[in-house]
Each structure stands twice: as C-alpha cells, then as structure tokens.
Design a protein around this ligand. Structure first.
Ligand code: ADP
Ligand code: ASP
Ligand code: MG
Length: 404
C-alpha cells in the first residue's frame, strides 16, 4: 500500500474556499496513494476556544481545558470528510481516541508516545482518505490531551513515522524561508535545510514547523517537506540530513520569538547549590528555562540572576519562586515580558568566524541594546527590547546578505 501523510494548517482549512482548495490537493494525491490528512483547526478557532475557557476561569482545569481546545480539529476533519465524500472520494474522519494516538499523561504540553497504525490500515480497506485531527491524543487515563500550540505538525510527523510514509506540511507560505517572509519581504525560500538547522530555527521561534515535529522527523528519519496549499505546485522546502551543499552557508536563517519573558532574582547568595534550588522547582513545574545570566556583585557574596522562559509560563514560575523564596534566599524578584529573542542560525558557523561581529555591529549601528547573549555551535541568540524586533530582524537579514 502506497501512503502519503499530508498536513494542512489553520489557514489551509480556514474557510469553505480553503477547505475546497486543500481538498483538491488531497484528491490529486489520492489518485496514486492512500492518504492520511492531518488537519489543524480552522484559523483563529483555537484562540477562540481558549478565550471561551477564560470567560469562566483565569485558571481552567487542564482536563476540561484540553477537551475544549482540541475540538476545533475535530470539526475541520469532519467538514473535510463531508466535502470529500460529496465529490466521491471515499473518506472518513477518525477522532484521536479511535486510532488511538497515545500521549504522555500531562495536559496542554503532552508528548506523543505511540500511534497505533493497525486501525489506520484497517480503515483503508473501506476508505481512500482518512482525516485525523492534529494537536491531540489520549493519555493512559483515556483523557484527551493536547500537544502545545502548533502541535498538528507533530501529529502529522508522528503518524507518518508510524506508517513509514513521507510527510508533507501544507501551509500559507511556500516553504521555509531565510526568515519570516511576512516580516521581511525579500526573505528567500530555502530549497533544502538540514534537520539540525530546522530544529534551531523552529525552537527559536520560526513557527512554520513545531519544534517537536522536527525533532521527531530527525529521530525517525521521516521524509519531511513544507509546501504551500495556495500554490501546491511550487517546490517548497525539503528538510533533510546535513550535506556538503548545505554547509556552504555561514548563516542560513534568522528566527525571532516574542513569546519570551525574563525573571531577575536580585541578591542571591553566590555559592554552590543555589542555582539548583532555583531551577529544580521550575523543572518540576515543567517550565523550560532558556537563557541564563549571572552578575556577581562587587562584594563577591551576592549575585543577580536573570533567566528567560516562555511568556505563557511566567505567572506559574513567579508563583513557584515566591513560594521557594526562603529556601533560595533572594532579596527581590522582578519580571518583564516586553522582550524578544533573535537568533542567527547556520551550520557554517562551525567553521566561519565573524558571525558575532556582524551581529554586534549591526545592532550597535541601529542603537539596539543587547540584554543577554547565548551561543551554541550553530546559533547565536540575543535578547532585546521587544519594540526593536522587526527592525533587528530586517537589518540582520540584510547584513548577512540572506536576500541574495
Ligand atoms: P499553519 O497554520 O499552516 O500551521 P503557521 O502560522 O503555524 O501555519 O506557520 C506558518 C507561518 O510561519 C508563516 O505564515 C510565517 O509567517 C511564519 N514563519 C516564521 N518564520 C518562518 C520561516 N523562516 N519560514 C517560513 N515561515 C515562517
Ligand atoms: N490548532 C492548534 C493551534 O492553533 C494546533 C495547530 O494548528 O497546529 O495551535
Ligand atoms: Mg503551525
């Protein structure tokens, strides 16, 4: 049985016209393949559902919250199946509990553990296209869980990996670009990108693919590409193993994230064990800390410690740290969320110098102050005032000549 897994994001199923347009892509593939189409909710729907839950509680309980916010995907799958059947393509929508797609137990940030492919194969006896809702699964208690924003990409890759099929992500841009094409008009489409670079781009904010989807594709060696549902014949981007052709670029892309927050603890004792008292309770609370900066005070006894985390987790983190105040022993706690992170990424950085210098010069010339810097082998990230995000990305894109 020849199989393809296609994923359609929110804008690709966001209206009657979009569903019909995406259905024609499914229809074409279904002439030669059995197709699993993993769908997102119609664009704006997940936000609408989240806002509805917030009408009733600032802190909705995770079980009911996931039941509510996962429902958008079920609707788009049902609508797509109704339409496909109406044009005589044998289709069926399958809810995640029917397959099932098994996830870890926690809600809202759950991880896919296993996709049971037997049910999918069985359903293909009677259907040519199966519509599967992205962004969700069921846990060991038979409860609906969700995978975090943008999670349908991960659902699609997980289904593709379990079926050993190629995964094509159809979205509202023509592929992966050197930076967000909606921010920099002359951003260039990248025809091939390594899993590793894509992983950095995604994890640093390029939301065209959810980070976990790239992680999973890399681990399972799933064939993955990104294409436009509006211009399905344009070539898109193939995510692949690193090769010599890719290594020529020093910098391949720039990502930005406005979903950041910073916490500063002042006058923390500068002695062994203190960091662990700060970061262990945060890790237990499932909060991912990203950049960390420590300034030692003049007397050498105390330090100020700043770190960044996802903006969504700020309230939770503050609550945890305030509770632990006496154990940690800091004087004050401050936080800000008007910051953003810019990351310059490229496998060629391993062997080329001068990338950081260009970054400092460009931001200096544009009077943009750098608050925190972190580097890895193939990435430099900086934290800046959020209001300079667009300017910084545009100037850096030009400085690294990514438009050429
Ligand atoms: P979907 O609803 O199809 O999942 P998303 O909105 O999640 O789509 O992701 C596509 C968006 O990602 C694009 O519209 C674009 O604005 C944004 N984006 C950010 N960085 C990049 C990049 N480097 N290349 C392509 N798109 C990017
Ligand atoms: N509908 C979910 C979201 O908006 C999942 C997805 O679209 O990937 O985050
Ligand atoms: Mg998305």
């Amino acid at each position: 049985m020849k199989l393809k897994v296609l994923k359609f994001g929110g804008t690709s199923v966001g209206s009657k016209e979009a569903i019909i347009r995406s259905a024609s892509i499914i229809s074409k593939w279904s002439k030669k393949y059995k197709v699993v189409a993993v769908l997102s909710a119609m664009s704006g729907e997940t936000d609408r559902l989240i806002n509805l839950t917030k009408l009733f509680s600032k802190n909705p309980n995770p079980y009911d919250y996931d039941n509510a916010i996962s429902s958008g995907e079920n609707v788009s799958c049902s609508l797509m199946s109704i339409y496909l059947n109406s044009i005589k393509i044998k289709s069926k929508s399958l809810m995640s509990w029917q397959i099932p797609i098994f996830t870890s137990d926690e809600h809202m940030k759950s991880r896919i553990l296993k996709v049971d492919k037997n049910k999918i194969f069985k359903e293909f006896n009677n259907s040519d296209v199966l519509l599967i809702p992205g962004f969700q699964g069921i846990n060991s208690k038979n409860e609906i869980t969700t995978l975090g924003r943008g999670g349908s990409d991960t659902s699609a890759v997980a289904v593709a990996a379990s079926l050993d099929a190629e995964c094509i992500i159809y979205t509202d841009v023509e592929g992966v670009f050197t930076t967000d094409p909606n921010l920099v008009k002359n951003a260039k489409k990248i025809s091939q990108i390594s899993y590793e670079e894509m992983l950095e781009l995604a994890s640093q904010g390029a939301k065209v693919l959810q980070t976990r989807s790239v992680e999973l594709a890399m681990r399972k060696k799933t064939k993955l590409s990104v294409r436009s549902s509006i211009k399905p014949n344009s070539s898109g981007t193939v995510v692949t193993e690193e090769n010599s052709k890719l290594e020529n670029n020093t910098v391949s892309g720039i990502a930005y994230s406005k979903d950041e927050a910073k916490i500063t603890l002042s006058r923390v004792l500068d002695k062994p064990g203190v960091s662990s008292k700060i970061f262990s309770p945060l890790a237990k609370g499932n909060i991912n800390v990203d950049m960390i900066l420590q300034n030692v005070s003049q007397d050498g006894k105390y330090a100020n410690l700043s770190f960044t985390l996802p903006r969504n987790d700020l309230e939770k983190a503050l609550k945890i740290l305030k509770k632990e105040k006496s154990k940690i022993g800091y004087k004050r706690i401050n936080s800000s969320n008007n910051i953003s992170k810019i990351s310059v990424i490229g496998v060629g950085m391993r062997s080329h110098a001068g990338v950081a210098q260009t970054l400092f010069e460009t931001l200096g010339k544009n009077k943009i102050n750098i608050q925190v810097i972190t580097t890895s082998e193939i990435k430099i990230s900086i934290l800046i005032d959020e209001k300079f995000t667009d300017l910084a990305v545009q100037k850096l894109h030009k400085a690294y000549k990514l438009h050429i």
